[in-house]
Design a protein around this ligand. Structure first.
Ligand code: ATP
Ligand code: MG
Length: 683
């Protein structure tokens, strides 16, 4: 009838999966724990529907990443021979884009609209602010375009009134955030007149098409006979409304796990999954509690994490193992984060020697900065690694910005570094920066007080555009402050034997100048102009601030600024210039967020301590349950081996900071893991 090769659905699926895959028409919710085959169920559902006579183009598959849609449809292609190009599958944004091209009029665009990337949206928005209220931009206590846009975006994705979100997020603004609304309105008009869409428009306008154009709505309801949605727990209100509209007459199968909702900070709303049956009357709920991914030991551990949720608002469940027994997860307590890096390096070498491929080992962490010491250790040991969640630490923009400050202070002739710093100022590009540098060089030629001080000369200030003058002033104060601390440190000679140098104490007293270590210099830099600049510029400044605190920790290992800078350059040279050979066996490092939906034979989770996981910020903001879900996601990635590392101190920031034991582990039964105490061992 359909001509597809036979698939033995019964043999390839368990009973609950089979029931879901073959379920009759009507809304269905597959609610199941990690690794229980949700993604597999959706994949087989596509194959099943084809076998039932459904055409590929009648199916809409929505996934969290385009890569995951591609993988699922490749599997379908293996099973049925239907090329994946015949399906509509991908992220909400990629599908929205296809639909809007066909319905541009209802979206108040023409079909050839272009999509603005984040940077372009921000540029457009700041242009608008400038046009409407030039004084707003000049007042540097006001939030800049990216920060306003981020709040605006949150409001749009959560379908909340913009004014409420602005009041919540930007309540610190002078005169209240109401005036931001007119910027947003003008931004909407500007996008329309330019025939462009920003990222959020793709979803907002998709919804608009469905709501405003009854013909289009009827068409897509008819067209997508089957809607399949993976990772449903991480959909936001806007996405869930689109789905509800499309699915009101047809079959929808949503799969998810409320215990894995880890994107609420981006507007994901796990209530979407909890209230699904109310929104879709007649919903069949399928639960799968068998886990095929992990050993029973790893699963008991994961179950224990969830067992201590204060109240189970979601659906309660426990994962059952089918795999044979393996090793208990091991919790390694270590003295501090640098010892943690050493121990991880050693364990990796050990596993490698035992015959495990490096590629089978994945190192997970809560935040990027937590991996710096490990990256150094891996370099030192010559263990090849890739970071699959974005950039290597020293390639991060904000880290490079701070390094540029340091490079310039250390070597004032490094005009590349100075130019990078100057280009951070408003309205200053490479040419403007060059003019400033040349003016400073001229001043220095006569004054001979060094380039850093020359920057503070009125003759140089004249070369700075008006909008940037205040920032320039603050920047040069910071640079001078940094320089003085270093100069003074160089001037105070360290006595060879302090106990015999009777004059040392007197000399120190006399010399009241501040002398600073490299770590302190980094702190001055972060707390100076750049820190303030960062807050108004980046919506995620808190994350970046955390990274930079990590940088202070890194710097605290050095007593000489030159050594610190050299080490960073060397590390970058060793790691990022060399593009990995695709077939090279390499260790993988990634954030927990990025590991969602994936599985790895061996998982190391580092920084299992209060302050790192859960993050201090989450503890302060009372958001610990999302951190628990993250911990659960991390541990349920592991197939065979799970190693956790719990440092007692962190060297992030200046000096040592004690860490409390991870509250999630404290609650858990000690029977579900082995404890290996390395805190008192030398490594
Ligand atoms: P996550 O919650 O992490 O997204 P998931 O529920 O989507 O996980 P899958 O990734 O679909 O789970 O499946 C986990 C692993 O178990 C995969 O390797 C999958 O092939 C395997 N698996 C699932 N169901 C079966 C089954 N019935 N027989 C054999 N293997 C299975
Ligand atoms: Mg999955």
């Amino acid at each position: 009838m359909h001509g597809y090769p036979p698939v033995d659905f019964k043999a390839e699926l368990n009973e609950a999966q089979y029931a879901a895959v073959t379920s009759p028409r009507g809304p269905a919710l597959v609610l199941a724990g990690a690794g229980s085959g949700k993604t597999r169920t959706l994949t087989y559902r596509v194959a099943w529907l084809l076998h039932q006579g459904t055409k590929p183009w009648d199916i809409l598959l929505l996934t969290f990443t385009n890569k995951s849609a591609k993988e699922m449809l490749e599997r379908v292609e293996d099973l049925t021979g239907v090329p994946r190009g015949q399906f509509w599958g991908g992220t909400f944004h990629s599908i929205a884009q296809r639909i809007l091209r066909r319905n541009a009029t209802a979206a108040e665009r023409s079909p050839d609209f272009t999509i603005l990337d984040q940077k372009e949206s921000e540029q457009l928005f700041s242009g608008i602010i400038k046009e409407i209220d030039g004084a707003f931009i000049k007042d540097k206590t006001n939030p800049k375009a990216p920060v306003i846009l981020d709040a605006y975006s949150h409001a749009r994705n959560t379908l909340r009134p913009v004014v409420d979100v602005m009041n919540e997020r930007l309540d610190w603004m002078k005169g209240g955030p109401e005036k931001l609304l007119k910027f947003c309105e003008a931004y909407e008009a500007a996008k329309k007149s330019r025939n462009v869409c920003d990222f959020d428009d793709l979803l907002v306008l998709w919804l608009q098409v469905l709501e405003k154009d009854p013909v289009a709505l009827a068409h897509y309801r008819q067209r997508f006979q089957h809607l399949l949605v993976d990772e449903f727990q991480d959909t936001n209100r806007l996405q869930s409304k689109i789905i509800d509209l499309l699915a009101s007459e047809h079959q929808i199968m949503a799969v998810g796990d409320d215990a894995q909702c880890i994107y609420t900070w981006r507007g994901a709303d796990w209530e979407n999954i909890v209230t699904f049956p109310q929104r879709h009357p007649g919903t069949q709920i399928h639960t799968i509690d068998i886990n095929y991914r992990s050993t029973p030991e790893i699963l008991s551990f994961a179950n224990e994490i969830l067992a201590h949720r204060p109240s189970v608002d979601g659906f309660e469940r426990k994962l059952k193992a089918v795999r044979g027994s393996g090793m208990q997860p091991t919790l390694f307590t270590v003295g501090d984060t640098s010892q943690q890096a050493k121990l991880i390096g050693r364990k990796i070498n050990q596993l490698h020697q035992e015959g495990h491929a490096l590629a089978d080992i994945h190192i997970l962490y809560r935040a990027h900065y937590q991996s710096i010491e490990l990256q150094m250790e891996l370099n030192a040991l010559g263990i090849p690694f890739v970071i699959t969640s974005g950039h290597k630490f020293f390639d991060l923009i904000h880290v490079k910005d701070i390094l540029a400050h340091l490079r310039f202070i250390h070597n004032p002739n490094d005009s590349v570094a100075l130019s990078r710093v100057l280009c951070l100022l408003p309205k200053i590009g490479p040419i403007g920066a060059d003019k400033i540098i040349r003016a400073a060089q001229e001043v220095d030629a006569t004054q001979r007080r060094g380039l850093v001080r020359a920057l503070r000369d009125p003759a140089v200030l004249k070369k700075v555009t008006d909008v940037a003058k205040d920032d320039f002033n603050d920047l040069t104060i910071t640079l001078e402050d940094m320089l003085e601390g270093i100069e003074n440190a160089k001037q105070v000679p360290t006595p060879v034997n302090p106990s015999t140098d009777l004059f040392t104490h007197a000399r120190e007293k006399q010399d009241e100048k501040i002398s600073r270590t490299p770590a302190e210099t980094v702190r001055v830099c972060i707390e100076g102009w750049y820190g303030t600049h960062m807050k108004t510029l980046f919506p995620d400044w808190k994350d970046r601030e955390q990274d930079l605190t990590g940088l202070i920790g890194f710097a605290s290992k050095f007593s000489d600024l030159g050594d610190l800078i050299a080490q960073v350059v060397l590390m970058n040279g060793e790691t990022s210039n060399k593009d990995p050979e695709p077939e090279e066996d390499m260790l993988k490092l990634t954030t927990i967020h990025q590991s969602k939906g994936l599985e790895f034979p061996i998982v190391f989770v580092l920084g299992v301590a209060d302050g790192l996981l859960p993050l201090t910020r989450a503890i302060e903001e009372g958001d610990v349950e999302e951190e628990r879900r993250l911990f659960y996601v991390a541990c349920t990635r592991a197939e065979n081996l799970l190693y956790l590392f719990a440092p007692r101190f962190t060297t992030s920031g200046e000096g040592y900071r004690p860490l409390d034991p991870c509250r999630f582990i404290e609650e858990m039964s000690p029977d579900c893991y082995d404890l290996a105490d390395y805190a008192h061992r030398r490594l």
